[in-house]
Design a protein. Structure first.
Length: 256
């Protein structure tokens, strides 16, 4: 089994506190992820960015054409909101005596003052964003190591000494929708969890797994969630159109 805490429906206070304290979160998708997993990961990435956290996504599979209609920028690159800065003094010929800072109370500006035994030039100093280490890993629909695919082989360090939350492990005899579980998790973390973009990504998840909310045995909680997401600004027309273009199901079946 995958060495992780299952954050399926509700999470404990300990897990919530770990998420709140995390700075850099890795979202790990299984090999050949379905649209439910991709859309759910997109929603979670958007949520964590909104909360000021850094997000890096790991996947060894291309994004299916239909789901490209979503804003998946957060699954393609790392965002560095909230990261610190590193000031580098190049070379080894400078003998640093003191580093201090002074704040201008009128403007709020802060000056960093470096005292050196030898002259410093602009070219000898550089500034870059601090690379905050990954301190939390979240997987989507991954029940074991093998289901992650090459991500495990390429980045084994992700899973050693890290907190790992697993969302969306299949339950026999139950229609498991990762988007529903993600929505429940976001509700636990925030009083205002759904922006229009997050709501749209979660609607995409629900529609993909339930054939446009028409699939037999779709849980009633999924219908309630879909209504809440639309009230939060989720673009259900665009989601339905994405599926109707390739004939997966008719938009008129959904909303007619």
């Amino acid at each position: 089994m995958f060495p992780a805490t299952n954050a399926g429906t509700m999470i404990g206070n300990e897990e919530k506190e770990r998420i709140r304290k995390s700075v850099h979160i890795a979202l790990v998708l299984p090999k050949q992820p379905d649209e439910d997993a991709l859309a759910s990961a997109s929603a979670m990435a958007l949520f964590f960015r909104k909360e000021g956290k850094r997000v890096t996504a790991f996947s060894d599979s291309p994004i299916p054409p239909r789901i490209r209609s979503l804003d998946l920028a957060t699954l393609k690159k790392s965002e560095a909101e909230g990261a610190g800065l590193v000031l580098t003094i190049k070379g080894n010929s400078h003998s640093i005596k003191e580093i201090r800072y002074e704040k201008n109370n009128e403007t709020g500006d802060i000056d960093i003052i470096i005292s050196s035994a030898s002259p410093l030039s602009r070219d000898s100093i550089s500034v870059k964003e601090e690379a905050a280490p990954i301190d939390l890993v979240i997987t989507f629909g991954a029940s074991d190591i093998e289901s992650i695919g090459s991500v495990w082989k390429k980045h084994p360090e992700l899973f050693y000494g890290k907190t790992v939350l697993s969302i969306g492990e299949e339950i026999p005899g139950h229609l498991s929708v990762i988007g529903e579980r993600v929505a429940n998790l976001l509700r636990e973390l925030s009083e205002t969890p759904f922006t229009p973009a997050i709501a749209t990504a979660l609607l995409f998840s629900l529609f993909s797994k339930t054939e446009g909310l028409l699939k037999e045995k779709t849980p009633s909680a999924v219908y309630t969630l879909a209504s809440e997401l639309m009230q939060s600004g989720g673009q259900h027309e665009g989601v339905a159109e994405s599926f109707s273009k390739d004939g997966t199901f008719s938009m008129f079946q959904l909303w007619g």
